[in-house]
Design a protein around this ligand. Structure first.
Ligand SMILES: Nc1ncnc2c1ncn2[C@@H]1O[C@H](COP(=O)(O)OP(=O)(O)O)[C@@H](O)[C@H]1O
Ligand SMILES: [Mg+2]
Length: 432
């Protein structure tokens, strides 16, 4: 870059002086013998110009010196600042060279690994990696060096483990970056001890499992209670009502000459009794269709769909698998499917404003699948998350507990589609 003080006028002046000096020197060379005063003037000019040039060079040298001193100081300051940042960082920072020998080991690293810096510097990074991960780590660093990316998070898929000097291990999260150019490269790893976070995550997962187990047990208990009440209603109350109906019939037969009011009262009693029998049957079936236990899921589902269609006026179609299989389902799976179907139909009746519904129950590989589609207004993501709505959430919990899944979504052409998938044979034991 040209210095700022070199302007066209300065260059012109310098050229002018140089040409004048050249002319003067030529003149002295030609006529100096005869004109001694010319020699004197020439000598004075030469010396003056030489002195000027010398002064200029000295000043330029001084300026360059000052500039390089300033740059050195700035560099020192930046290095000190960077060093301080690395030292005071909360997270361990380790830099290694191409041979994976440690060249930087900050204070946080000393604390985390229980190793003094002078011991760490020059050691191989492997020293801080549990033996079983060393080969994988080596491959990772080499691949990283080849790909030429400058930064990368490590251990995104599975947690990484680090090794302390005392032989204990701790889980870490780390990112790596490559610096340097040409033949020399350095790799800097910034890592974080995630022992506490991992402990929290593990505790949270355990709690979730416990809650899921608990909710399954609650469902099981409810299901058992409902079955019991349904049986009592159906058997006990049913028998008593039948006996009562027979008594009323007997009364009607033995009151041939009764007053018309008495006869009509007996007829009314008979009608109320018929209604009561119907109500008891319906209530007990709502609680738990005993045919689910006695006849299996296919018959119970058919009855449920027909009953829903009749009561709601929504046209329903039900597809059942050709092959046998639904009768022998585990009780927990059959109940989950039945309750899923019951909740889906109730939702269609309450929320969908649908005209048609299509229900498919089929066996698919090692799983049983329930699909319920309607042509109504369609469900929204916020609907499913409604805090007070527990129908779909309960269904999902039950599915997860049984190792299955639930998908509920709006269909592209409108309406809602629910898919409940439950694996056969791997269900948790003892669920209703
Ligand atoms: N078939 C459907 N069509 C449209 N919206 C639905 C359907 N099923 C459920 N929803 C919406 O999803 C919400 C959550 O349903 P659910 O968990 O069963 O709770 P609840 O029926 O008690 O409201 C409902 O309030 C409703 O807004
Ligand atoms: Mg509901």
């Amino acid at each position: 870059m040209t210095p700022r003080w070199i302007t066209p006028s300065i260059v012109a002046a310098a050229l002018g002086v140089a040409s004048a000096l050249l002319l003067l020197n030529l003149a002295t060379l030609v006529a100096g013998n005869h004109q001694p005063w010319l020699v004197v003037i020439d000598a004075v000019f030469d010396i003056a110009v030489l002195a000027l040039v010398a002064v200029a060079f000295v000043r330029m040298g001084l300026r360059v010196d000052a500039e390089s001193e300033r740059m050195r100081m700035a560099l020192d300051e930046a290095t000190t600042r960077l060093g301080a940042i690395v030292e005071t960082a909360m997270d361990p920072i380790i830099t290694v060279d191409d041979a994976q020998r440690i060249v930087l080991f900050n204070e946080a690293a000393e604390r985390a690994f229980g190793c003094a810096r002078h011991e760490a510097i020059g050691a191989l990074l492997e020293r801080f990696i549990p033996a079983r991960f060393r080969v994988a780590h080596h491959a990772h660093i080499e691949q990283f060096a080849r790909t030429g990316l400058t930064t990368r998070r490590m251990g995104d898929q599975s947690p990484l483990w680090a090794l302390r000097s005392d032989g204990s291990e701790f889980p870490i999260e780390a990112s790596i970056s490559k610096t340097g150019s040409g033949a020399r490269h350095y790799f800097t790893v910034i890592l974080r001890d995630v022992t506490r976070r991992k402990a929290f995550e593990d505790a949270l997962r355990r709690q979730q499992d416990e809650l899921r187990e608990l909710s399954a047990r609650v469902l099981e208990a409810r299901e058992e209670e409902k079955t019991l009440i349904a049986r009592e209603l159906h058997d006990e109350l049913g028998q008593l009502l039948t006996a009562l109906k027979m008594d009323v019939a007997w009364l009607r037969d033995h009151l041939p000459n009764a007053a018309p009011e008495t006869s009509s009262k007996v007829e009314q009693m008979n009608a109320v009794l018929d209604q009561t029998v119907g109500s008891v049957r319906r209530i007990s079936a709502d609680l738990r269709p005993l045919m689910l236990d006695d006849l299996g899921l296919a018959d119970a589902a058919s009855w449920l769909v027909e009953d829903f269609s009749r009561r709601s006026g929504i046209a329903c179609s039900l597809e059942l698998p050709q092959e046998a299989g639904l009768e022998t389902l585990e009780r927990g799976i059959a109940t989950a499917l039945y309750r899923g179907l019951q909740e889906s139909l109730t939702n269609i009746g309450r929320h969908a404003q649908a005209k048609r519904a299509r229900i498919v129950l089929r066996l698919d590989g090692g799983a049983v699948l329930l699909e319920v589609e309607d042509d109504g207004r369609g469900i929204d993501a916020e609907d499913i998350a409604k805090p007070r709505s527990l129908g779909l959430k309960g269904m999902r919990e039950r599915a997860l507990y049984l190792g299955g899944s639930l998908e509920v979504a709006r269909e592209p052409g409108g309406g809602t589609r629910l898919r409940l998938r439950l694996p056969l044979g791997t269900a948790a034991e003892g669920t209703a």
